[in-house]
Ligand binder design. Structure first.
Ligand code: ADP
Ligand code: MG
Length: 344
C-alpha cells in the first residue's frame, strides 16, 4: 500500500529550478533512498514533503490525504512527519529526556515512552539527564531519531543524517537506524550522496539530477539496468565502451557481446559491462596487452589495452581474481552474461 504519493512536483527559486516534474510513490513500511549530487534538489524535496516549502506545481498525498498542491497546504506541524537532519538540531539547553519528550510532554506517559525510545535507539538510560554537548555525534543522532519517533510519525524523513559522523560510525549508525525504523514500522525517505549508504539502506532507490527524477527502482534493478552512463558509474564499477548495436549484439573492443532481448538496440551507442562479468586469460594470440598488474594476493588491479578500429582502448579493473599476469603479456577477455546499452 502507498503511504506517500508525489505527482509532478515542481519548485523554483527565482530563476533556479530546484525540482521539476518529480513523481514518486513510497510504500508502507518501506525505505526509499534519494541520491544525487549536491544541488540536485534532494533537500528541497524533503522540505516540500515536510511542509517547510510549498510546491509551484504538482501534489503531495499522505495516506490518500492531500498535504499540498500549488494552491493549498497542510501546515508542517499538522503533517505528523518526522524529520532528522545532518546535525541533529537538538535543543542544546534541554536534557536528552526532555529533547525526546518535546512535543509529547502533555501526554501522561511521556517519560515512560521516552525511556522506551532510548532503549529502542540503544541509548543508555543513564544518559537521560545529560545535555546534547555531553554526547558523541552518533549519540546525538540517536536522540534526534528518538525525538522524531516519539510523535509516532506517519512518515520519517532523514536528510544526510550520518554525513557528519566518521566512516566506521556512519556504517554502524546506518545499520542501527535501519533496524530501529523496521521495528517502528514507519516508512522512511532517506537522502544521501553516499553510494554505499544508498545501496545498503534502500528498498527503493531514486536518482535525482538537476531537479529531475532520472530513475527509480530496487538497488539491484538499477545496478543491472541503469538508464545512463552517469547512473551506471554511480551505482558501481563500470566499463563503458562505444559500441555498434544490431538487435541483440553489441560490437565493441571486447568483441561481439550479447544484449538481452528486452534491451535490443540499433546503431551507434555505449555499452555497459560490469567488472564481475570479465575474465582475463593468458593467450599468445590475444588482442589485449597487460599495461600494469598489481597482485594483492586475493584480488588484483589490472590495466589492459588494445588497438580497436584505429583507437587505443584502455580498461582498468580494481578487484579481479586473476593472478600471475605480467606487463606486456598478451591476453584475451571473456565476458559472462549479457551487456546493456546505455543512453548519454
Ligand atoms: P541538494 O539537497 O540536493 O544539495 P537542494 O535541494 O538544497 O539540493 O537545492 C537544489 C537547488 O535549489 C540548488 O540549485 C539550490 O541552490 C537551490 N535552492 C535551494 N534552496 C533555495 C533557496 N531557499 N533559495 C534559493 N535557491 C535555493
Ligand atoms: Mg541537501
Amino acid at each position: 500500500m502507498t503511504v506517500l504519493r508525489i505527482a509532478n512536483l515542481g519548485k523554483t527559486y527565482g530563476t533556479a529550478t530546484a525540482l521539476a516534474g518529480v513523481s514518486l510513490d513510497v510504500a508502507m513500511g518501506s525505505r526509499t533512498v534519494i541520491v544525487g549530487p549536491s544541488g540536485s534538489g534532494k533537500t528541497t524535496l524533503l522540505r516540500l514533503i515536510a511542509g517547510f516549502e510549498a510546491p509551484d506545481t504538482g501534489r503531495i498525498e499522505l495516506n490518500g490525504e492531500l498535504l499540498a498542491d500549488a494552491e493549498a497546504g497542510v501546515p508542517a506541524y499538522r503533517r505528523n512527519i518526522g524529520l532528522v537532519m545532518q546535525e541533529g538540531a537538538l535543543f542544546p539547553h534541554l536534557s536528552v529526556l526532555d529533547n525526546i519528550c518535546f512535543g509529547i510532554r502533555s501526554e501522561a506517559d511521556a517519560n515512560k515512552r521516552a525511556l522506551a525510545l532510548m532503549d529502542m535507539t540503544e541509548l543508555d538510560r543513564g544518559m537521560a539527564q545529560r545535555q546534547p554537548h555531553q554526547l558523541s555525534g552518533g549519540q546525538q543522532q540517536r536522540v534526534a531519531l528518538a525525538r522524531a519517533l516519539a510523535r509516532q510519525p506517519r512518515l520519517m524523513l532523514l536528510d544526510e543524517p550520518f554525513s557528519a559522523l566518521d566512516a566506521g560510525l556512519r556504517e554502524q549508525m546506518r545499520d542501527a537506524t535501519a533496524n530501529i525504523l523496521a521495528q517502528a514500522g514507519v516508512a522512511t525517505v532517506l537522502v544521501t550522496h553516499d553510494r554505499d549508504e544508498a545501496m545498503g539502506f534502500a528498498d527503493q532507490l531514486v536518482i535525482l539530477r538537476d531537479g529531475r527524477l532520472v530513475q527509480a527502482g530496487s538497488p539491484k534493478s538499477l545496478y543491472r539496468r541503469p538508464v545512463d552512463a552517469t547512473t551506471a558509474a554511480f551505482l558501481g564499477a563500470a566499463i563503458i565502451l562505444p559500441a555498434d548495436f544490431s538487435v541483440r549484439t553489441a560490437e565493441c573492443a571486447l568483441g561481439a557481446l550479447l544484449v538481452p532481448e528486452t534491451d535490443a538496440a540499433e546503431g551507434a551507442g555505449k555499452v555497459l559491462i560490469r567488472p564481475e562479468q570479465l575474465n582475463i586469460v593468458a593467450a599468445p594470440e590475444g588482442e589485449w596487452h597487460v599495461v600494469s598488474a598489481l597482485d594483492r594476493g586475493n584480488k588484483s588491479a589490472v590495466t589492459i589495452e588494445r588497438v580497436y578500429r584505429g583507437d587505443r582502448v584502455v580498461i582498468s579493473f580494481d578487484d579481479v581474481s586473476v593472478h600471475g599476469l605480467e606487463v606486456g603479456q598478451a591476453v584475451q577477455v571473456e565476458i559472462a552474461g549479457t551487456v546493456r546499452p546505455l543512453k548519454g
